[in-house]
Ligand binder design. Structure first.
Ligand code: MC0
Length: 149
């Protein structure tokens, strides 16, 4: 079951400058940052709020590490802006199977590794009214930190 907005992915040309905009304008600080070479992105996660299922909602700022990556291609065509939305679920495998059964293209046979050790898959934007849609199961929290992701 999809229980929350996990994050909104925002494509940008310059991650450091975009992070600074969110800090200076809204007072948001970076919660986590990493490079995901498989996805071709350098990313910063800005935590907006926790939720009742123990997850959280984030803005995910994404700078491409190479022009032929998904975000690099999208930026070249569209410029900066909202790239995808991501729904949180405790069962990305089961939800992906259910949605595939409804005729929506799920882009990966098996979920891959996403931000902060999460497991992720994507739905094709052409099957979702133009919205690239991601499903996310967050990594289990570290012992003693039940709300830390
Ligand atoms: C492409 N299209 C989009 C779109 N990207 N529409 C809405 N939102 C997007 N983000 C549209 C194009 O405009 C085009 O439409 C058609 O889809 C085909 O696009 P393309 O430029 O020819 O590119 P493809 O087909 O090679 O790839 C599109 C596809 C790809 C969605 C399959 O971007 C993909 O695999 N995305 C999933 C992975 C991803 O996005 N990773 C980056 C975030 P027209 O009408 O012109 O034909 S990584 C991430 O988010 C991780 C780190 C995490 O959350 O933890």
């Amino acid at each position: 079951m999809l229980t929350r907005i996990d994050h909104i992915g925002i494509a940008c040309h310059d991650l450091d400058r975009t992070v600074e905009f969110y800090r200076a304008t809204y007072g948001f600080e970076v919660f986590h940052s990493e490079v995901n070479e498989e996805q071709g992105v350098r990313e910063a996660m800005i935590r907006i709020n926790g939720t009742s299922d123990g997850g959280a909602s984030y803005l995910q700022l994404l700078e491409p590490t190479r022009p032929d990556s998904a975000v690099g291609k999208w930026l070249a065509k569209n410029g900066e802006g909202v790239h995808h939305i991501a729904f949180g679920t405790e069962d990305v495998d089961g939800d992906a199977d259910d949605i595939r059964g409804k005729g929506v293209r799920v882009l990966y046979d098996e979920p891959r590794t996403g931000s902060m050790g999460s497991r992720i898959t994507f739905l094709h934007p052409k099957d979702c009214h133009g919205v690239l849609t991601e499903l996310v199961t967050a990594a289990p929290p570290a012992p003693g930190t039940p709300d830390e992701h």
